[in-house]
Ligand binder design. Structure first.
Ligand SMILES: NC(=O)c1ccc[n+]([C@@H]2O[C@H](COP(=O)([O-])OP(=O)(O)OC[C@H]3O[C@@H](n4cnc5c(N)ncnc54)[C@H](O)[C@@H]3O)[C@@H](O)[C@H]2O)c1
Length: 315
């Protein structure tokens, strides 16, 4: 029923804020024909300015063949914006009644085979699609800001979403140059935002207790975990750091430290099931690779990031 995601050439981006503008820039840079829906013609200058800023970085990163700002069409009429759309990325204001009304209208206008993805940060698709007559093809495709630079898009459907639509969106975002993450469950928030919130809460605790200043927190993050995280996420960083024993050593030896009193966030109970899920998950990512190879790869990637940062800062 849905087209092949690799054949999509024309997308519509709804919204002229940093997210709608950022998505339009991303799709243009990947060589799509893009129709941008602006709710108010008065936003044209602000929209173009977002686009110009994004285009500088995107050009530095390398544009897809045929990519051009000339392939952008700006319209203020929704019917016109959706005409011929093969995919729609919605970045309207984060207000349920606005999104519901929009999905009701889009649901009536667009053929049911066209997937609509919402950028929403805090609403669920089950809520947004409640009054849409064709909710099966509606998904969330949540970007990490700025959407024209950061690869992550978290994808999840609502109660009425067709699982095939979720799978389609995963393939489409991959073809469109993103790093899609298909969420296992519809929950408030996303994997990346929940991790970010955990860091944020711990930072606020430390500032509130006079243990660190905001500057200390950012110095610690930017010079410690951040460059390493470009190469390894939290799970694999600990797995590789524990040598031959990997994640099993980490949890079996250091598990009790999770409850040490200087951690303000409540730690989950380290049950056997949780331990095994972490250990098995890390072993699966590692595959046949020895921890020394993974550590060497991590070091090469950190060096590349630090070099790139140094060059940019000296420029
Ligand atoms: N800002 C972020 O960091 C961030 C990150 C990820 C996802 N998001 C999500 O992306 C979406 C857009 O975020 P933003 O920061 O660009 O928002 P924004 O409020 O800056 O922009 C929303 C745009 O929608 C337009 N609009 C207003 N009414 C409309 C309507 N009835 N129909 C269609 N468009 C309408 C506005 O004119 C504006 O151009 C939100 O759902 C938000 O949660 C935001």
């Amino acid at each position: 029923m849905y087209s092949d995601p690799s054949n999509v050439t024309r997308v519509t981006s709804i919204g002229a804020g940093p997210i709608g503008g950022g998505w339009a820039a991303h799709f243009l840079a990947r060589g799509y024909d893009v129709t941008a829906y602006l709710h108010d013609a008065g936003e044209t200058d602000a929209f173009n300015s977002i686009l110009d800023t994004a285009w500088g970085s995107l050009t530095e990163l390398g544009l897809a063949e045929g990519a051009s700002l000339d392939r952008l069409r700006i319209v203020t009429d929704l019917d016109e914006a959706l005409e011929g759309a093969e995919f729609v990325q919605e970045s309207a204001p984060e207000r349920l009644e606005i999104k519901q009304a929009l999905y009701k209208r889009m649901g009536d206008i667009l053929p049911a085979s066209v997937i609509i993805a919402s950028s929403t940060s805090g609403l669920t698709m089950s809520e947004i699609q409640a009054t849409c007559a064709t909710p099966e093809r509606t998904v969330i495709g949540h970007p990490f800001n700025p959407p024209y630079l950061l690869p992550l898009v978290e994808i999840v459907g609502g109660e009425k979403t067709d699982p095939e639509a979720v799978a389609w969106a995963g393939k489409f975002f991959e073809v469109a140059g993103k790093a899609p993450l298909l969420m296992k469950k519809e929950i408030p928030g996303f994997v990346a935002t929940r991790l970010q919130e955990a860091l944020w809460r711990e930072a606020l605790h430390m500032v509130a207790n006079g243990e660190a200043t905001p500057e200390d927190i950012d110095i610690a993050l930017m010079n410690g975990p951040a460059p390493r995280m470009v190469s390894q996420g939290q799970c694999m960083a600990f797995h590789v750091a524990c040598g031959e024993g990997g994640m099993a050593t980490n949890l079996d030896q250091f598990g009790p430290a999770l409850k040490l009193p200087w951690t303000r966030l409540d730690a989950p109970e380290l049950t056997r099931d949780l331990r095994d899920r972490m250990v098995n998950g890390c072993n699966a990512i590692a595959g046949e690779r020895h921890f020394e190879d993974m550590a060497a790869q991590r070091d090469r990637e950190i060096v590349a990031v630090l070099r790139a940062l140094r060059e940019t800062r000296l420029a």
